[in-house]
Write a protein that binds this ligand. Structure first.
Ligand code: NIG
Ligand code: FE
Length: 411
């Protein structure tokens, strides 16, 4: 099956050779072709170029995109899309003056989600997560990472990971699965944290390994959650069963999580609302992708990741949603790209690079997605008729994605 798109107003993020990520000054450049064509053959991008150079092609289907822009789909490298219940009660508590940390200390937050998750069956969790996945697909997300971390018990964590595995099997969108057993310390282990860490390493991990339930290992390294030493211990154990670290660090405090993550060859470090000079320095000497989650800052009213400083330090930066019931009840990557421009002062070029090619890197998928490159998967999105690609972040709170193709198939 071949599909030919013609008269594309502008084809965005065109990379002739497959690059894995863009850093620093390179992020300001977003290569495009105006008045373009693109040919899909099967699951992959076969050819593209300017309409002036359109060869004679006998495609099965030809689609005229006059006035519309085409981009590679968004790559959302950080979500908690499987969860049991929303938490609008805490949202109201925050309006009335409590902080996210105060709510967590009172047994709300992640522990609240863990309690709710116990009461739901795998089937119920699956059908709710599936609905969320379908919703974000329509908004242009074409590859996604999903974490466990609301189980916080052997049974709960495995249940979540099985739901993610089933989503992987039933959907064509590339999905990566992350084991986040170390998301919080369960109440019953409050005075015996070592026992919970022991459960993670010696009981959960062997099952995860045996059933192939995860690609990545994550820890919430933060005051009141996991120390850098505990993070190190859990990441090392994860690595020993083939899981690659992707770590929650520096959301509220810089306590050494970046150093531990980089030493364990983390694929990404995520959040980074609070950064020191030393943290930036450590990242400069690494292959680890810094990931900002601006919707979380927006929703909690906490500082935004200083993306300008990260990019100006010649580092790469990726953007993701953090979709979860507590700190970010939204999986809309279009809004993330808007916030990155409006609040983090990224240019549209930088934000689109961060949400496509660099997001693909943070998923360990940049060989296959994240740019318009011959041979990559045909995961593409088409806008409504719009004036320019800067309209995408400008149009905040709305989105202009009209159609989405995953592996060459319209969804
Ligand atoms: O990335 N910070 C840790 N974990 C999630 C929030 C989890 C929750 O509040 O349910 C996050 O923001
Ligand atoms: Fe998160």
């Amino acid at each position: 099956m071949t599909t030919l798109f013609i008269n594309i107003k502008e084809l965005i993020q065109v990379r002739d050779s497959s690059i894995l990520k863009v850093s620093g000054q390179e992020m300001k450049e977003l290569p495009t072709i105006k008045n373009a064509f693109l040919l899909i053959e099967g699951e992959r991008i076969k050819d593209y170029g300017s309409m002036d150079s359109l060869p004679k092609i006998n495609a099965d289907k030809t689609i005229d995109l006059t006035g519309r822009i085409m981009l590679p789909t968004w790559c959302d490298s950080h979500t908690h899309l499987v969860f049991a219940a929303t938490r609008e009660g805490e949202f109201v508590d925050r309006i009335n003056g409590l902080t996210y940390e105060e709510i967590a200390e009172k047994g709300g937050g992640i522990l609240n989600s863990a309690k709710k998750l116990q009461e739901k069956t795998e089937e119920e969790l699956y059908s709710e997560a599936e609905q969320r996945l379908q919703d974000v697909l329509k908004m242009g997300t074409g590859a996604i990472e999903i974490k466990s971390g609301y189980g916080l018990s052997l049974e709960g964590e495995i249940k979540m990971l099985r739901v993610i595995k089933k989503l992987k099997e039933n959907y064509t969108i590339p999905i990566k699965s992350t084991f986040l057993g170390a998301h919080a310390i369960p109440t019953e282990y409050k005075n015996n944290r070592e026992a919970y860490i022991d459960l993670i390493i010696n009981e959960m991990m062997p099952i995860i390994h045996k059933e192939g339930l995860a690609d990545y290992i994550d820890v919430f390294c933060e005051k009141g959650y996991y120390t850098p030493e505990e993070t190190n211990q859990i990441l090392k154990a994860g690595k020993s069963i083939g899981l690659i670290p992707k770590v929650h660090v520096n959301q509220f405090n810089s306590i050494g999580g970046i150093s531990v993550s980089v030493k364990n060859d983390a694929l990404s470090v995520d959040h980074l609302e609070v950064m020191t000079e030393e943290d930036l320095e450590i990242l400069s000497n690494s292959d680890t992708m810094p990931v900002a989650l601006p919707s979380c800052s927006f929703f909690l009213g906490i500082p935004y990741t200083n993306g300008r400083e990260i990019i100006n330090s010649d580092l790469p930066l990726a953007l993701a949603t953090d979709y979860n019931p507590g700190s970010t009840p939204s999986g809309n990557m279009n809004f993330v790209v808007s916030l990155a421009c409006i609040r983090m002062k990224l240019t549209p070029e930088e934000a689109i690079n961060a949400a496509t090619i660099n997001g693909a890197y943070a998923l360990n998928l940049s060989n296959d997605i994240g740019s318009i490159t011959k041979g990559k998967l045909a995961n593409i999105m088409i806008t409504k008729p719009i004036t320019s690609y800067s309209f995408i972040p400008y149009n905040f709170g709305n989105h202009c994605i009209d159609s989405v193709y995953i592996k060459g198939q319209t969804i």
